[in-house]
Ligand binder design. Sequence first.
Ligand SMILES: CC(C)(COP(=O)(O)OP(=O)(O)OC[C@H]1O[C@@H](n2cnc3c(N)ncnc32)[C@H](O)[C@@H]1OP(=O)(O)O)[C@@H](O)C(=O)NCCC(=O)NCCS
Length: 279
Amino acid sequence: MENNIEPLAKEIEKLYEAPVSSAQAKKIFSRFLALLNSGEIRAAEQINGTWQVHQWVKKGILLGFRLGVIKEIHSASPFPFFDKETFPLKNISRRDGVRIVPGGTSIRSGSFIAPGVVIMPPAYINVGAYIGKNTLVDSHVLVGSCAQIGERVHLSAGVQIGGVLEPAGALPVIVEDDVLIGGNCGVYEGTIIRKRAVIGSGVIFTASTPMYDCVNDTIIKKDSRGVLVVPENAVVVAGTRKINTAFGSRYGLGMYTPLIIKYRDAKTDARTALEELLR
Ligand SMILES: CC(C)(COP(=O)(O)OP(=O)(O)OC[C@H]1O[C@@H](n2cnc3c(N)ncnc32)[C@H](O)[C@@H]1OP(=O)(O)O)[C@@H](O)C(=O)NCCC(=O)NCCS
């Protein structure tokens, strides 16, 4: 975090603790929102290879909900919208170099979208989200609050990336560069997906989901911070495992589990290559 951000962080922490709303507080919040929009502040960032979460950023966002009153949000359509005045839709112009295909996409102010990002409708990008260069956000994708998505990531149709606001989660989901997440996956509760991992369609990750690494014969569980970390280059598919209790055996029960079936190879690269012409 830049040094000049520190005083703002302190002001936000102070306002978060004080249950009052004032014009001055709204001014500070606007500054905070502008810096989230420009990507100068993030809910989490990688420092010397380690992801550090800035809890004050989540507090700043929660503060915005307390400071805002609900008012009518003007849109081009005759259908009215009502939301907290502190979180209008993001102000995007041609100069941002982003393509937003028309039809039902919303991007909340306080999110950062890098140039070259393509967003297919309908998609919802919540406050605090950060999306790196040339990432594709396909139809029906949710990028939850404070989620950090890297560069050249492919979020396939129907992918749900959980947020930290509700239900309250301490840690944002982090997806590093060049990851492909297949259709209908769900990534929740602070999961970190390391660089170049490939997640087969329909995989769900939560902090409580153990992942079976069939290449290295290990079980990967949440770490000491409560975070499930998907290793670099892992190819993960949706699997099952037996429930070995007497009851489970009697009825042939199993439960869902993510499996690392291999680590990325030339074949995976060919299957997951991004189509430059679409960009
Ligand atoms: C993961 C994926 C990319 C395949 O990667 P790959 O490197 O080509 O994998 P391989 O074909 O070498 O498969 C390795 C093994 O895993 C199995 N496997 C592969 N994908 C699987 C899947 N999604 N579910 C279950 N098993 C799968 C294969 O059968 C193979 O097993 P085997 O060796 O016993 O035959 C692909 O399955 C996938 O899910 N792609 C995403 C599709 C998608 O959602 N597109 C978005 C469009 S909007």
